[in-house]
Write a protein that binds this ligand. Structure first.
Ligand SMILES: Cc1cc2nc3c(=O)[nH]c(=O)nc-3n(C[C@H](O)[C@H](O)[C@H](O)COP(=O)(O)OP(=O)(O)OC[C@H]3O[C@@H](n4cnc5c(N)ncnc54)[C@H](O)[C@@H]3O)c2cc1C
Length: 460
């Protein structure tokens, strides 16, 4: 229970309609995409940077933890309320504060939906490259906190690569500004990169100055079927060894293909397809055919079964249909998805997928793998029945083995989903005690009372 006088102070500082502690609202904000639920004590809806400063100061005074929240689409429990906390929802902070096409930048509040940024940028022939699959509803604050990315990361990089500066509020309610408005700048420590990916544990991000790029004139898509995983991932290696950089290089394994067969979206794949690549290129109208020819050359090789190309919106949508149907299709396998998002060096991806197959077989589990092959970032979905204790135990043993193998290959725990509550137990396996000690000390500088998103990122 929150102290009544703390609630009264919040209602006076933010206005009453921005502070909710009724049961229905608390239930609505009790979870993100992970299955666990923890009801917050209250949900706050700040409408401006000053509101965020005010609520952080009141929380600091009364030592109340805060759980920042964008759209709640995160799948590692990042926005899962900490017990006893108040959720800070940024959904009422969606303003575009400045759009400056001449300097190719846009300044937005943290609650703006990612696709909206692109809609505005494209009106001036520009675009914001990071493209998480949830971009139609996730918010830039969540993307920044998780360093979100999508298929375009292979060519354009991740959220961190497209941010010039941030405005944020620390755990004691102080306003900080990081970075600058120019594309070059080396004044002081790079706190922008530090805050990005910090999972809401260092500061409440209120505004972001984002870097925009000229939108590509045209785009073309290749859907390529192979007789084996090894054949598909050998082709990925050939693509990465030649100079044309695709703007998407996505992989689906044979279990993913089996999963989508009942949906009908795989009807036009050759029946013996065991792996699928989606490859995209973008550029000028004149240059695109050259790029596609080079990519087709690299994709040709042993085990190639079928290659189809699409050059207009309808053709491209049709080629992506199989891949896009996957998220829903896997839900038919089992009710719970344990979703890993590990990364290994691209050159070791084929060996790693063999290891996943072996692990699935030895632990008798349904494991569906797909992901951003060009970054070595694989989404490993272990499909389980939460009531089946034996299956759950096998899944956790498999998970431990997978994490150990990823780290042994020189990989990392998370490519884009972040750590949240779900992966923090693995952190000491990747980060040594001295480095983790510095991270904890940095956390204390930003958040002296440990009120910002407690229970996330750091192991107990
Ligand atoms: C169908 C689907 C597809 C997805 N595809 C991708 C994908 O391709 N790539 C990818 O990277 N992710 C993907 N995700 C995961 C998720 O959408 C991303 O992590 C996204 O960035 C989360 O944004 P959100 O607004 O929902 O944030 P939330 O889930 O609400 O929060 C995420 C984290 O950010 C923190 N946070 C939110 N706002 C702020 C703020 N203003 N200041 C400080 N901290 C804040 C929260 O505390 C939490 O730790 C997908 C999820 C789904 C459901």
């Amino acid at each position: 229970m929150l102290p009544e006088h703390a609630l009264a102070e919040l209602r006076s500082a933010l206005r009453a309609e921005r502070v909710f502690d009724d049961a229905a609202t608390r239930a609505l904000y009790a979870h993100d995409e992970t299955p666990r639920q923890i009801e917050p004590e209250a949900v706050l809806f700040p409408a401006s940077h000053d509101d965020v400063v005010a609520l952080a100061r009141i929380a600091f005074k009364h030592r109340i933890p805060l759980t920042p929240r964008g759209a709640g689409s995160g799948n590692v429990g990042g926005a899962l309320p900490a017990p006893g906390s108040m959720v800070v929802s940024f959904e009422c902070m969606q303003r575009v504060l400045e759009f400056d096409p001449d300097n190719r930048l846009i300044v937005v509040e943290a609650g703006i939906v990612t696709d909206e940024i692109n809609r505005i940028a494209r009106s001036a022939g520009l675009f914001y490259p990071p493209d998480p699959g949830s971009s139609a509803y996730c918010r830039i604050g969540g993307n920044l906190a998780m360093n979100a990315a999508g298929p375009r990361a292979v060519k354009y990089g991740v959220t961190r690569d497209h941010v010039l500066g941030l405005r944020a509020v620390t755990g004691s309610g102080e306003t900080i500004r990081t970075g600058c408005r120019t594309t070059k700048g080396v004044t002081g420590y790079d706190l922008t990169r530090l805050l990005i990916g910090s999972g809401g544990t260092l500061a409440l991000i209120t505004e972001a100055t984002l870097k925009l790029l000229p939108a590509p004139e045209s785009i073309a898509t290749l859907r390529v079927c192979y007789a084996s995983t090894r054949a598909a991932l050998d082709a990925v290696g050939r693509i990465m060894r030649q100079p044309v950089m695709p703007c998407a290089l996505e992989f689906m394994d044979h279990r993913a293909i089996d999963a989508i067969r009942p949906t009908g979206t795989a009807d036009d794949l050759p029946p013996d397809t065991r792996a699928l690549l989606m490859v995209e290129a973008d550029g000028t109208v004149q240059d695109l055919p050259r790029q596609i020819a080079a990519l087709e050359d690299a994709l040709a090789g042993d085990g190639l079964l079928d290659l189809r190309s699409g050059f207009n919106r309808e053709e491209i949508a049709q080629l992506w249909a199989a891949r896009k149907s996957l998220s829903h299709a896997v839900k038919r396998i089992a009710p719970l998805k344990i979703n890993e998002d590990v990364v290994v060096p691209v050159s070791l991806l084929a060996d790693f997928v063999d290891f996943i197959d072996h692990t699935a077989t030895t632990h008798q589990l349904a494991v569906v793998s797909f992901g951003h092959a060009g970054n070595g970032n694989l989404h490993i979905n272990i499909m389980v029945h939460p009531d089946d204790r034996d299956e759950m135990a096998r899944a956790h043993r498999a998970l431990d083995a997978i994490v150990q193998h990823v780290l042994a290959l020189g990989g990392t725990l998370s490519g884009e989903h972040g750590i949240g509550t779900e992966k923090r137990r693995f952190i000491p396996q990747e980060i040594d005690p001295a480095t983790l000690g510095i991270m904890r000390a940095i956390k204390l500088q930003f958040d002296p009372l440990g009120l910002l998103n407690p229970g996330k990122l750091f192991p107990d």
